[in-house]
Write a protein that binds this ligand. Structure first.
Ligand SMILES: [Zn+2]
Ligand SMILES: [Zn+2]
Length: 330
């Protein structure tokens, strides 16, 4: 709820500092998991990092009633529809994240460190999905470096036995909808996330063709942050969402809700449309360091608000079921 408050406040440029404060507070709580009831009883909520008097008051209301009149008011002011069909997601059954980065591309931690982060959270699997070659600034991986990475993965796997590492790629969707790595490479990987990163302002018809082609590639498992938006900073791509989502559903390609607070993409509204189009989803942190794995609980409200049930989100599947889903795409 704190994260949703921060998200809604971001739509008002005058509230951007308060938006940051709420996002930071939810981030701090997601990582440190303090005993909120105990702190509330002893009047010590402000001892939590990032929680000042104002946020403590909202938090106290949440702890006492499970609801927030402040959030209710914001939802009304921001024109958010009332929903009586939000879904229940039990995060204790979240099995693993399929989108993460390491220092093989632009991640800030080693593969071992992020794998240990996933292990500490009790994950059963972690997709290691660094960038593809086109993104030169982040040192994207070509076939040769992917092979080298697979050797390191075998070594890391031996040290974190509880978490199964899935070797993947976050492959760039090129301007014409082709992917930034040949099929012969993609088919060797456990998980392929195809993401739009550049030329997001393409004209809608061309962007639609681009996305339709990407979701039709037989190796693509997930579309990463499907619009490329950055709430409060950059509008995402615009295309015929319904056509693309329906095509993704037809090809069993999941759509991502990227939980990175800078992205939060798909939005709850768009995710709801995708749900109606028959799509499955992933709920991923897109973590670039272990602490960022905590983005998932911060953003799970988005999937709830979109009404997405657990059986439509791949991260609730066991490793065995997930593997079957992923192998359908080779
Ligand atoms: Zn990305
Ligand atoms: Zn990513």
């Amino acid at each position: 709820m704190l994260s949703e408050i921060g998200y809604l406040l971001r739509q008002d440029p005058e509230e951007r500092f308060r938006a940051k404060a709420f996002a930071a507070a939810s981030w701090s709580i997601a990582i440190s998991k303090p005993d909120l009831d105990a702190l509330h009883r002893t009047n010590q909520l402000t001892s939590i990092e990032g929680v000042g008097e104002g946020i403590a008051k909202v938090l106290a209301g949440l702890i006492e009633t499970g609801a927030s009149s402040y959030l209710d008011r914001l939802r009304t002011e921001m024109g958010q529809p009332a929903r009586d069909d939000e879904s229940d997601l039990d995060l204790s059954r979240y099995q693993g994240d399929v989108h993460s980065h390491t220092n093989w591309s632009d991640g800030k931690a080693t593969m071992l460190q992020i794998a240990q982060g996933a292990q500490a959270l009790g994950y059963r699997y972690l997709g290691v999905t660094d960038h593809s070659p086109r993104i030169k600034v982040v040192h994207g991986l070509d076939a040769e470096r992917l092979l080298a990475q697979s050797r390191e993965m075998a070594e890391v796997q031996a040290q974190v036995e509880d978490v199964t590492l899935l070797q993947g790629i976050e492959v760039d969707i090129l301007e014409d909808g082709a992917l930034d790595l040949p099929d012969a490479v993609l088919e060797l990987l456990d998980v392929v996330i195809a993401s739009p990163h550049v030329k997001l302002r393409q004209e809608a018809a061309a962007m639609t063709e681009r996305m339709l082609r990407a979701v039709s590639n037989p190796h693509v498992d997930v579309v990463g942050h499907p619009t490329g938006r950055r709430p409060g900073a950059r509008e995402g791509a615009s295309y015929d969402f319904e056509a693309v989502f329906k095509e993704a559903a037809r090809h069993n390609v999941a759509l991502e809700i990227d939980c990175d607070p800078a992205r939060m993409d798909l939005s709850p509204e768009m995710a709801r449309l995708a749900l109606e189009c028959g799509c499955n989803f992933t709920l991923d942190a897109d973590a670039h360091e272990p602490a960022e794995l905590a983005y998932v609980p911060m953003a799970a409200w988005m999937a709830r608000r979109a009404g997405i049930p657990e059986d439509r989100i791949l991260n609730w599947r066991t490793l065995e079921d997930l593997t079957i889903t992923l192998q359908r795409h080779g």
